[in-house]
Structures are given as structure tokens and as C-alpha cells.
Design a protein around this ligand. Structure first.
Ligand code: MG
Length: 361
């Protein structure tokens, strides 16, 4: 009957789509882990600040004490910048100010205010800057409130390279926040660039740089080029001749690497006869064979390709899921138990040996 044939075609097509898509979607995770692996190391627990601008427990607070400590001029000598009540102010001709400590990959929180009485135009109004890696890379600090300049020199810009996505500048004298993620450049042994420096930044809570890749150091009127540099570098604030103020600066070091994933378990191939030994319903779960492979289904829309590690042990290819079988003397599975992290443990005796796609008729 046509209706029945259409229904058969529907089931067959659904089956192919389901398996085809699973084979693609559930491919081995590029990071080497299976999804939802319970053995994956837990993220370190930290205490965030009570508000988003407050330093979390793992931050290094760079402006806090009554006295200005942890900062110097470029040569490592005391700075002439003003410091009072936790507020640091740029002093003309004092030169930029540098952290004593060095940082590589980091998350930096900075609050700044351009002069209350705006003076000058374009780059001459409330100019300063936050620099990373020993002054190689500047994210601009400028009073761009109703003050236009070249786009890549606007506040939130990576100077001379990337304009900010938007101009989110507050008015003169108002405190503004920067939250910046800096990834230092990496180099190959021969000195060639492996990965460029990268900056993501929020200005006043607004995304202004989205993992922007730097072309080299940011330099006025120059296209900076990468030169091999290892280790870490100081963070600095620019003296550009305008009395820009800073407060509440803290930084978090970011891990350079993530936990190493486990070595994939050895797999074995089953013969066609052996595969038949596992096909069937085991309690709430079903094992089916298609194209010479075994698939596991619990929920109708979740099908997993199985990796065979031994005649009694299998696992899901891409997500955390373990199966162990009891076999009879003929090598036929008589029961299966296991765990799927998303839906829990299961256990069941084998109830039938017919592939599900045939029983759907
Ligand atoms: Mg500047």
C-alpha cells in the first residue's frame, strides 16, 4: 500500500538523517575530551567580587594601598604620577607608569576618568592609554565624548590598527571602566610568528574589541612588526600630557594551557557475526547495527556511535557514555549496564535481537 510505503520511506529517511547527522555532529571533540566526561578536572573555585568591577579572589590588585606600590617609571625608578586616596593621575612629562610585576595572558580591569574640563581636540583631549607586554600594545584612552579623531585612535581602539566596534565613551570627568583580555603573541623556535597578540575589550560594559588580532606592536605613524619575545611584560599607563585619572586596577593571570585530555582507549573491530551478538533492547536502551557499526539509542533523538574496546566494554565515540556487557557461552550479550552522564545509569537484560529499523515496519 502506498501509505505503508510512504511510512517506510519516512522511517528509512529519518533513520539515515539521524545516523548521518550524528556521525558529523558527534565527531571526536577537537579538544580531546568526550562531552560531559566526569573525569575532566573541575574549574578552580574563586570568589567573584560583590559587583562586577570588584576584584575576584584570584586577582592581583594593582591599586589599593594607601601608598603607591608596585609601580615605577619606565626605568624602574619612582614615578612622578600623583597618587591619593586610591586615585592615580598622569603628570605631564613624568613619562608612562609601569607595573613592577610582569604579565603574559591576563584579564585587566581598569577605571579611568578623562579631565573634567575638556581641553584640546582630537588626540589632544584626555589622551592616555593602557599598554601590555612592555608597551607593545596600546588600547587607547581618550576623551571621545563629542570629540572625533581618526577611528583607530578612538577610545577602545587598538591604536593605529583596530577601531573600536562602537564609541562607548562617557563624558569628561566621569569614571569609565575597561575590562580587557590580553593574549600575548607566540613565536616559533625560528622566531616566526605562531599566533598574534589578541585583545578582547569591554568599555563601560560594551564590547569594543572582539578577539582582535594585532599586526604587531602599536606605534604612532608606523606599522609595527613582530619580533620574537618570550616571557611576560609589564602593564603600563601612558603619559600623553593630559591629567587622566585611574583607580581600581586589578589583573588576573590567565592559564596558558588547559588540562591534558586522556589518551584515547584502544579500540577493536568486531566481525559482522560478533556485532549481531549485541543488537537488541537492553532495558531502556537499544543497540542497533548499520553500515557495519553499532549505535546506541536511549532517547529517540540521541543516537551514539559505539567504540568497541573489548568484547565486554564499549563507549560512546564523542560523549561520556560507558557500556559493559555480560556474555553467554556463545559470546551473545545477555545483559548490559552502563552510564550516560546526561541521563544517568541504566541496566537491562537483552529482550530481543531484531534490529530496530526492521521492527519499525
Ligand atoms: Mg594614547
Amino acid at each position: 500500500m502506498r501509505l505503508k510505503k510512504n511510512a517506510q520511506l519516512f522511517f528509512f529517511t529519518s533513520f539515515v538523517i539521524l545516523f548521518g547527522s550524528q556521525a558529523n555532529v558527534l565527531a571526536q571533540l577537537p579538544n580531546g575530551w568526550k562531552a560531559h566526561d566526569k573525569n575532566r578536572p573541575q574549574p578552580k573555585v574563586i570568589s567573584p567580587g560583590e559587583q562586577a568591577n570588584q576584584a575576584p579572589s584570584d586577582a592581583i590588585v594593582l591599586l589599593a594601598s594607601e601608598k603607591l606600590t608596585g609601580w615605577s617609571n619606565a626605568k624602574g625608578n619612582p614615578t612622578k604620577w600623583k597618587y591619593s586616596d586610591g586615585v592615580l593621575e598622569s603628570v605631564k612629562n613624568a613619562g608612562s607608569i609601569y607595573t613592577v610585576e610582569k604579565f603574559g595572558d591576563c584579564q585587566l580591569h581598569v577605571e579611568f576618568a578623562t579631565p573634567t574640563r575638556p581641553k584640546g581636540k582630537g588626540q589632544a583631549r584626555g589622551n592616555s592609554g593602557v599598554f601590555f607586554f612592555d608597551a607593545d600594545y596600546e588600547i587607547q584612552v581618550l576623551d571621545n565624548y563629542e570629540n572625533e579623531t581618526y577611528a583607530d585612535g578612538t577610545v577602545g581602539g587598538l591604536y593605529g590598527q583596530h577601531a573600536p566596534l562602537v564609541n562607548a565613551c562617557r563624558g569628561p570627568g566621569q569614571w569609565q571602566t575597561y575590562d580587557i583580555i590580553f593574549r600575548k603573541p607566540r613565536f616559533n623556535e625560528d622566531g616566526t610568528l605562531k599566533t598574534p597578540a589578541r585583545i578582547t575589550a569591554m568599555l563601560n560594559g560594551v564590547l569594543v574589541q572582539d578577539a582582535a588580532e594585532l599586526y604587531g606592536p602599536t606605534i604612532w605613524l608606523q606599522a609595527g612588526e613582530y619580533k620574537k619575545k618570550s616571557g611576560e611584560g609589564r602593564i603600563s599607563l601612558q603619559d600623553h600630557g593630559n591629567p587622566v585619572r585611574y583607580r581600581n586596577i586589578w589583573v588576573r593571570r590567565l592559564a596558558e594551557s588547559t588540562p591534558t585530555p586522556p589518551t584515547p582507549r584502544p579500540q577493536m573491530e568486531l566481525t559482522a557475526t560478533q556485532r549481531k551478538n549485541y543488537v537488541g533492547q537492553f532495558g531502556p536502551v537499544k543497540i542497533e547495527e548499520t553500515d557495519g557499526k553499532l549505535f546506541f539509542t536511549r532517547h529517540p533523538r540521541r543516537t551514539f556511535l559505539l567504540q568497541v574496546h573489548s568484547l565486554t566494554e564499549m563507549s560512546f565515540e564523542k560523549t561520556a557514555g560507558e557500556l559493559s556487557f555480560k556474555l553467554d557461552d556463545q559470546g551473545e550479550a545477555i545483559s548490559c549496564q552502563g552510564s550516560i552522564d546526561a541521563t544517568g545509569n541504566f541496566k537491562g537484560a537483552r529482550k530481543n535481537t531484531q534490529p530496530a529499523n526492521q521492527s519499525d515496519d
